[in-house]
Structures are given as structure tokens and as C-alpha cells.
Design a protein around this ligand. Structure first.
Ligand SMILES: [Cu+2]
Length: 154
């Protein structure tokens, strides 16, 4: 910590150099917590890959994306965390409903953040859904926008 006398000397020197006083005051004031808008901290779930509208081979990589939320394996009860599900050509259950486990609802309960899917040729709609420790849909904010992919024939 700089002593007041040294700081005064430094201030006088900076003033002599034409430094703005307001900047010096701001630098010496306690730093308030940054004003963060709620939107900046809103959770967001999305596909990193494939891109919406992509044409892919029968077996293709899928990479999950998540911001302002955490990933934890199924069964782990920690606030603001969940695990990924890929929903294929099916609607998303309502918030609080357990996501079924079948070929249309793939669970990644080990906390995986990517996978490889093999789908039939044609166009498919994929959604990412974050589920809680009990595989329940957490809420609309943790359901991705749908993407459509076209799977080439073998
Ligand atoms: Cu699950």
C-alpha cells in the first residue's frame, strides 16, 4: 500500500503531466462489484457441432455447448448443474418431467460433453436438453434451439 505522502507526490507529478483528476480518483476508490445484467448470466445450451442445416455422414460427431451452468453426472445433486440429453425427432417433455430413456432420448449421465450419433438417412431434428440429477427437464432455458441435419445414405 502506498503511503499518503508518496501518493500525493505521485498525484502532483501526474497532475503536472496533465493526467485527468477523475481517472486518478477512480483508480484510488474501492472497486465496486461489476454491474452485471441478468441476461449476461442466463444459462444457455446449444450445439457446437454439427451446424444447423449441415449434411453429415451416417455416423457423425455431436458436440454439446453450455454457458453459465455446470455439468455433473446424473445423481449428483449440486445446484446449477445437470447432464446432457440429445432428443431426436421428438418433443421436449415439460419442465420437471423425467426424460424417457430410449432411442429418441439419449442420456449422457456420466457428464459427457460430446458423442457420436448414427442415424438413418434423411432429415432429423435434434435438441439438447439439460436434465437434473433425476433426469428431469430443468426448464425451458436449458433446452437448445432445434437443429436440422441431413444424413447422407451410406
Ligand atoms: Cu438423463
Amino acid at each position: 500500500m502506498t503511503s499518503p505522502s508518496i501518493r500525493s507526490i505521485a498525484l502532483a507529478g501526474l497532475l503536472a503531466l496533465g493526467a485527468p483528476v477523475a481517472v486518478l480518483i477512480a483508480q484510488n476508490a474501492p472497486t465496486p462489484a461489476p454491474a452485471v445484467t441478468p441476461a449476461a448470466l442466463a444459462p444457455e445450451i446449444f450445439f457446437r457441432a454439427p451446424a444447423n442445416g449441415a449434411t453429415v455422414g451416417p455416423t457423425f460427431p455431436v458436440v454439446f455447448g453450455l454457458r453459465n451452468y455446470g455439468v455433473a453426472p446424473a445423481g449428483v445433486r449440486m445446484s446449477n448443474t445437470g447432464h446432457f440429453h440429445v432428443l431426436i425427432d421428438t418433443e421436449v417433455p415439460a419442465a420437471g418431467v423425467v426424460i424417457p430413456g430410449d432411442s429418441l432420448h439419449r442420456h449422457f449421465g456420466a457428464g459427457q460433453i460430446e458423442t457420436t450419433l448414427t442415424l438413418s438417412p434423411g432429415t432429423h431434428t435434434l435438441r439438447l436438453v439439460l436434465g437434473d440429477a433425476d433426469h428431469k427437464v430443468i426448464g425451458p432455458a436449458l433446452v437448445s434451439a432445434p437443429i436440422r441435419v441431413t444424413v447422407r445414405p451410406r
